[in-house]
Design a protein around this ligand. Structure first.
Ligand SMILES: [Zn+2]
Length: 266
């Protein structure tokens, strides 16, 4: 499932279409991605408009079009965006296709957990303005984070880290990476974290996010081998921390596959 850095990567995929007038909009009206915004309104209103800009925030993407049209996208589990040549033939799972004079912009989503939001307004849509501060912004403060964790004293830190109401864009792999980085067992209850751990958690959340945006958000490169990321997916993965090298463990934690090092994070 795309997390903040993958979402940032996909946001830029439509950049080649900026300024290119849309001559045709193709949509599968019954696709579940249109559950909150009827496809016919999008088809009607975007034809003839131009993409003018794009924004990513956590797991959300917002595309701005001429004359106050806005298209919000959530990629869900399997959604992806691409730019294709003008004469591109849409495939089965391409549920929304914006054909321009030069480019074709495609939203493909095989499992359709993704969704589309459509607004017509001068300024940014209300739902966008109401999103919580980005974890990399100055408004994401340690004090606010501590207060949020305080509401979930009995919940595992890993689960709370994925709560989009406060940690927009943090998903499964990033939450594991953050816990691993500061040597916290992902199952630790928020109420049991020490003040020092809370401080480290705040710093690591920002650092992992910033670096993931730089590395994956840029061109889908893998993070360095010194991250848990490159070792977590395969059986037999070893902890990459200098001087450790213990076998990594993968197990279910509240419905999500979690990977950690029993030696560093015990
Ligand atoms: Zn280790």
């Amino acid at each position: 499932m795309p997390e903040l850095a993958e979402v940032e990567y996909y946001r830029k995929e439509w950049d080649p279409g900026i300024g290119d007038p849309i001559v045709e909009v193709l949509a599968h009206p019954k696709a579940r991605i249109f559950r909150d915004a009827p496809a016919r309104a999008i088809v009607k209103h975007l034809k003839g408009e131009k993409l003018t800009g794009s924004f990513a925030h956590g797991k959300q993407i917002l595309f701005q079009f001429s004359n106050g049209h806005w298209l919000g996208l959530h990629l869900g589990m399997t959604g992806r965006l691409s730019s294709q040549p003008r004469d591109y033939e849409p495939e089965k799972h391409d549920h929304l296709v914006l054909r321009g004079k030069k480019q074709t912009l495609v939203f493909c989503d095989p499992r359709m957990f993704g969704k589309v939001i459509f607004d017509r307004c001068e300024d940014f849509p209300e739902w966008w303005a109401a999103l919580p501060p980005a974890v990399t912004s100055d408004r994401f403060t340690r004090t606010k984070m501590e207060a949020f964790l305080g509401r979930f004293k009995k919940s595992p830190i890993k689960t709370v880290l994925m709560d989009q109401r406060f940690f927009p864009g943090i998903g499964n792999w990033m939450a594991d990476e953050i816990c691993w980085k500061i040597k916290i067992d992902p199952a630790t209850r928020c109420g049991d974290l020490t003040a020092k751990q809370v401080n480290e958690l705040w710093k690591a959340t920002r650092e992992v996010s910033r670096k993931a945006l730089q590395i994956i958000g840029e061109d889908w490169s893998d993070p360095p081998k010194t991250w848990l990321f490159t070792h977590r997916w395969k059986d037999g993965g070893k902890c990459p921390r200098k001087g450790c090298g213990a076998d990594l463990v993968r197990a279910d934690l509240r419905g999500r596959t979690t990977c950690w090092c029993p030696q560093c994070q015990g």
